[in-house]
Write a protein that binds this ligand. Structure first.
Ligand code: KIV
Length: 281
């Protein structure tokens, strides 16, 4: 199989075929301009995550995400992407209540959002929804470990799978999702040794976020990677740019120029008023 970077467009089966080989790079994306940049940079998977609620809308958690908002963001990202696989993140209560509703909502992501697959948070308990979505030929990415939609149950955004019982549950959940037919699974905030075992045991790619280096790929939130989130710095994030400083510097320079009259210049202004047309009676 050629390198993923040489293939365009990428597809869900190609990602599955990369298991155990080339690592998969995944970032979140929520809008067309940044999605176009990430796609051009060679990111393999763009996840339109419900983390948009925190990164873009300033919420304290992801529970406020709605179907309409997620589908709109997914559509914007899909419009901009030529190569990457776009995955839409199913929001809280869009798939947990009943499998029929889950299929309809997943279908909206593909039909209206234009993406290739959906992601759902949870393990064995959501299998009926996962199976129903898969039966409609909609590819599903699983998500276990710290599933942010369950953060109230966990008592916060805490590492999961440190106790033997919880580790066993996460392993069982990952296996059940893989056996059901998911094409990949996000492992969020679990000990690296647990991620090693799960990655070895299941036949589909694992995508880690705070899950160590053994996973088949890595995912991070775009705003964290480019340094737009100043206050929040989880241990597992590596910051590759400091866009917060760049943007603040640009805004400060603009403000100074406006106040001093240095902006706009003659070149940045329109000149030459045409004489008014004579009215013909
Ligand atoms: O919503 C999101 O951004 C996610 C990733 C952190 C995996 O679920």
């Amino acid at each position: 199989m050629p390198a993923l970077s040489e293939i365009s467009p990428l597809t869900v089966p190609l990602l599955v075929a990369a298991k155990g080989g080339e690592k998969i790079a995944m970032l979140t994306a929520y809008d067309a301009p940044s999605a176009a940049l990430l796609d051009a940079a060679g990111v393999d998977v763009l996840l339109v995550g419900d983390s948009v609620e925190m990164a873009v809308y300033g919420e304290a958690n992801t529970l406020s995400a709605t179907m309409d908002s997620m589908v709109r963001h997914t559509r914007a990202v899909s419009h901009a992407v030529k190569r990457a696989v776009v995955v839409g993140d199913m929001p809280f209560l869009s798939f947990q209540t009943d499998p029929g509703r889950a299929v309809e909502n997943a279908g909206r992501f593909l039909a209206e959002g234009g993406c290739a697959a959906v992601k759902v948070e949870g393990g064995s308990r959501i299998l009926p929804a996962v199976e129903a979505i898969l039966a409609a030929d909609i590819p599903v990415m699983g998500h276990v470990g710290l599933t942010p939609q369950s953060y109230r149950k966990f008592g916060g955004f805490k590492v999961q799978g440190r106790e033997a019982d919880s580790a066993r549950q996460i392993r069982d959940d990952a296996q059940a999702l893989a056996q059901a037919g998911c094409f990949a699974i996000v492992l969020e905030c679990v000990p690296d040794s647990l991620a090693v075992e799960i990655t070895r045991e299941i036949a589909i790619p694992t995508l880690g976020i705070g899950a160590g280096a053994a996973c088949d790929g890595q995912v991070l939130v775009f705003h964290d990677v480019v340094g737009l989130t100043r206050d929040l710095r989880p241990k597992f994030v590596r910051r590759y740019a400091d866009l917060a400083s760049v943007i603040e510097g640009a805004a400060r320079a603009f403000t100074q120029d406006v106040k001093s009259g240095a902006f706009p210049s003659k070149e940045e202004s329109f000149t030459g008023v045409k004489p008014a047309l004579r009215r013909v009676h």
